[in-house]
Design a binder for this molecule. Structure first.
Ligand SMILES: Nc1ncnc2c1ncn2[C@@H]1O[C@H](COP(=O)(O)OP(=O)(O)OP(=O)(O)O)[C@@H](O)[C@H]1O
Ligand SMILES: [Mg+2]
Length: 226
């Protein structure tokens, strides 16, 4: 039995703009084990977001191989069709972004429950109350996003990302819009999800404190691991 959950080989993403070719991700080979906590760091434009999106099946690579939990997702640069990718995303991944992306007209509870509009994992999904309790949002369920602090908004986004109990949590600069106290809270929550729930976490961060919570820090430069 192998514990390898994500296996990428020579994964590349090239953007073409007119005569310009930008190699955003350049032949990256990488393995992530179940329960791993990996942090990508590197300068702006080094390919962190692009790589995270490739690993999370949110974007198609230009070339390379990718398999997740033994399932081939990209073979010889060719991704599975969308009809196969979207159920895979729903089953495996939770996503968190720097800008939270809460729906302003929905309450906290409705935002947290949004994934159920598409899919509810039978026997696995948490209830809104459970996940709110876990993230310290119980008293905020009836509020609108504009009535929350930045840290609370990000906790709502995390609640929404984990309500269906994903196996892999991807986070792009989850503390990028937060002050140091709120950042610390979010770091603790992510650490706890990794430690207590065995959730695999892959994140991008400029925050050194958050990066050091990871088991592994991977530095990117010009689309390569250095
Ligand atoms: N849709 C796109 N079209 C063209 N070029 C792109 C596109 N998305 C990203 N790039 C380019 O690919 C490179 C890597 O971008 P990426 O967003 O992955 O960097 P990053 O490391 O996440 O940077 P940051 O720290 O600023 O978020 C950059 O040169 C960027 O300009
Ligand atoms: Mg980025």
């Amino acid at each position: 039995m192998t514990d390898i959950q994500i296996q990428a080989k020579d994964l590349s993403k090239v953007y073409v703009r007119g005569s310009e070719k930008i190699i955003a991700v350049n032949k990256i080979t990488l393995e992530v084990d179940k329960g791993d906590f990996v942090s990508f760091i590197g300068p702006s434009g080094s390919g962190k977001t692009t790589l995270l999106h490739l690993l999370g099946c949110l974007d198609d690579p230009t070339s390379g191989e990718l398999s997740i939990e033994g399932r081939t997702v990209v073979s010889d640069g060719k991704s599975l069709p969308e009809s196969k990718l979207s159920p895979l995303r729903r089953k495996l991944f939770g996503y968190i972004f720097q800008k939270f992306y809460l729906i302003p007209t929905l309450t906290v509870k409705e935002n947290i429950l949004l994934p159920f509009a598409f899919h509810r994992k039978p026997g696995l999904a948490m209830t809104a109350n459970e996940v709110a309790e876990r993230l310290g949002l119980s008293k905020r369920l009836a509020h609108l996003p504009k009535e929350l602090s930045g840290g609370e908004m990000q906790r709502v986004a995390i609640a929404r990302a984990i309500i269906n109990r994903p196996r892999i949590l991807l986070a792009d600069e989850p503390t990028g819009n937060l002050d140091s106290k709120r950042s610390e809270e979010i770091s603790e929550i992510l650490s706890d999800l990794n430690r207590s729930d065995g959730l695999t976490i892959i994140l991008v961060t400029h925050n050194p404190k958050l990066a050091t919570k990871a088991h592994r820090i991977i530095e990117l430069q010009d689309g390569r691991i250095i």
